[in-house]
Write a protein that binds this ligand. Structure first.
Ligand code: NAP
Length: 350
């Protein structure tokens, strides 16, 4: 489970364009995809350290699903609104063009193409804090850039800052066919690892095509096979038990628990992460977890990998703004292959 770290800015009538309206995907209450409506609302107003972005495309990820449902309840306590969302407009990841900047913005100018994390990005325009944006790599389309941030920075941090990956190490990525996993496969390969990806049915060819050396379909084969061991495991999907994961970890290897859906409604089952952290000091293996940092330095590190061609977003499905409820149901069903994208402006140029 990923809980986005900073609550979104509430929508206020725009000062910069007070009479302007736009279409946006809005929810008045937490719930399933049925709570989402396409409405005409006022442009959001930018704060002094924010920019207004004309959204070209926006990403779909588990964090957005948690904001839509308000589950686990921990997310509400974290500041997103106890009974209903503080910001009724959905969406986190985005790529687009800056059209206005706040008085304290130093990193961007109107006309800049950007990608990163915004506030309510399933809309024609969205605000974003300047510290959560980077310039869009020129070799990435808006769609490719739009889906990259939340999943890409998580994969990069899991492998490097948290997992301390070294070239030549063997890496097991459990949940490799989804959002975070498809970036993790490519980044681990670029960092010199031998990569085994565990993913869903029908994803083997895709995982191979983006660089996995070995692939396992979790419905057909168990990665616990009594033979293979790994220096680093990223546990992204499937919520395997800590003892199962430890059984395929080398004696001094590292397990990074990134997430996993399910668990109880209140905490989403972070108990597994807590147990791992408590056990780790008493064993030779390192068991750890983290919440990714949305700071622009991480987004710029990801952008550098995109510019070098180390990683290309794997886009599984495209939806228009009106079809966001369909996109959210698609996310809930298994069989994810990479990321889904919401195409806000159909201008697929670089
Ligand atoms: N720590 C952080 O800061 C952070 C940041 C971002 C995300 N997250 C969390 O990380 C988790 C994954 O996010 P995501 O965006 O990558 O989700 P996702 O796109 O749904 O990907 C999950 C992947 O896990 C696979 N999977 C499901 N059951 C599995 C099993 N038993 N064994 C192996 N693989 C299995 C899924 O395959 P099928 O679809 O075929 O079942 C899918 O490919 C979520 O819980 C999210 O909240 C954490």
């Amino acid at each position: 489970m990923n809980i986005p770290t900073t609550p979104s800015t509430p929508l206020i009538e725009s000062e910069s364009a007070p009479d302007e309206t736009m279409t946006a995907v809005v929810q008045d209450t937490y719930g399933a995809a049925d709570v989402l409506e396409l409405r005409t609302i006022n442009h959001p107003r930018i704060a002094e350290d924010e920019v207004l972005v004309e959204v070209h495309a926006a990403g779909v990820d588990r964090g957005v699903w948690h904001l839509m449902t308000g589950q686990p309840y921990l997310i509400r306590i974290a500041g997103y609104g106890l009974r209903k969302p503080k910001n009724p407009t959905l969406g986190l990841d985005l790529a687009g063009r800056v059209v206005a900047i706040g008085a304290d913005v130093t990193r961007f100018q109107p006309g800049d193409d950007v990608f990163g994390i915004g506030n309510g990005t399933y809309a024609r325009y969205a605000t974003a804090h300047q510290d959560k944006l980077a310039h869009k790599p020129q070799n990435a389309t808006y769609e490719q850039a739009a889906v990259a941030t939340v999943s890409g920075i998580t994969a990069l941090e899991a492998l490097t800052k948290v997992g301390h990956l070294e070239a030549g190490q063997r890496v097991l990525i459990v949940g490799a066919s989804g959002g975070v996993g498809t970036y993790a496969i490519q980044l681990a390969k670029a960092l010199g690892a031998e990569v085994t990806g565990v993913g869903g049915p029908g994803s083997a060819d895709m995982m191979h095509s983006i660089g996995a050396d070995h692939v396992i379909d979790y419905t057909e084969e168990d990665f616990v096979n009594g033979q293979d061991q790994y220096d680093l495991i990223l546990d992204i999907g499937g919520r395997n038990s800590i003892s199962r994961l430890r059984s395929v970890l080398t004696p001094k290897g590292t397990l990074v628990i990134v997430g996993g859906e399910g668990g109880n409604r209140v905490t989403g089952g972070v108990g597994r992460q807590l147990r791992a952290m408590m056990l780790s000091p008493f064993i030779a293996q390192r068991l750890t977890t983290f919440i990714s940092s949305e700071h622009y330095t991480n987004i710029e590190r990801l952008a550098a990998h995109i510019e070098r061609g180390d990683v290309v977003s794997t886009i599984g499905a495209r939806f228009g703004l009106a079809d966001v409820p369909v996109a959210m149901r698609h996310l809930e069903s298994s069989g994810s292959n990479g990321k889904s994208v919401i195409v806000v402006r159909d201008t697929e140029t670089k």
